[in-house]
Design a protein around this ligand. Sequence first.
Ligand SMILES: C[S@@+](CC[C@H](N)C(=O)[O-])C[C@H]1O[C@@H](n2cnc3c(N)ncnc32)[C@H](O)[C@@H]1O
Length: 150
Amino acid sequence: MAVVERMLELAKVKPGETVFDLGSGDGRVLIAAVNKFQAKGMGVELSQRLVKLSEDNIQKEGLEGKIQVIHGNMLEVDISKADVVTMYLVRDANDMLRPKLERSLKPGARVVSHDFEVRGWKPAYVDRAAGGGKGRPHAIYVYEMPQQSK
Ligand SMILES: C[S@@+](CC[C@H](N)C(=O)[O-])C[C@H]1O[C@@H](n2cnc3c(N)ncnc32)[C@H](O)[C@@H]1O
């Protein structure tokens, strides 16, 4: 959770912004985005089991209405409304996502990736020791979409 909160902090999530977690797992990033940063959460998750788990977790927190989780493939979902995109995938998945991120995201949107860089992009910031010293160090790569659209 320390890493999740650090990712959102480094992304400078502001109240009311929309955070997309691509591959949203059990929903922890989205729940933290709403509870700690007053954002809105959108998740995309391939696993039906994890979609159900995240919905249960969202319900336990009383956050229905503030978070939506789509059961689907992140490569096929409209992400153009994202102010911040978070991801904890692998390099190959980041490679596949990169053209979509470049095409879809608005200028100034932030992309934050846990442990794996987006190859070919220059990070605005890298934290190589996230996690508060507990367990292995985690890396967080922060990117900002250029102001000039491509
Ligand atoms: C390492 S987990 C990260 C979960 C969450 N983002 C977090 O940080 O706690 C990666 C998640 O991505 C999901 N995933 C992988 N490929 C995906 C795809 N193409 N579309 C949607 N979800 C995907 C997996 O099912 C898994 O739940």
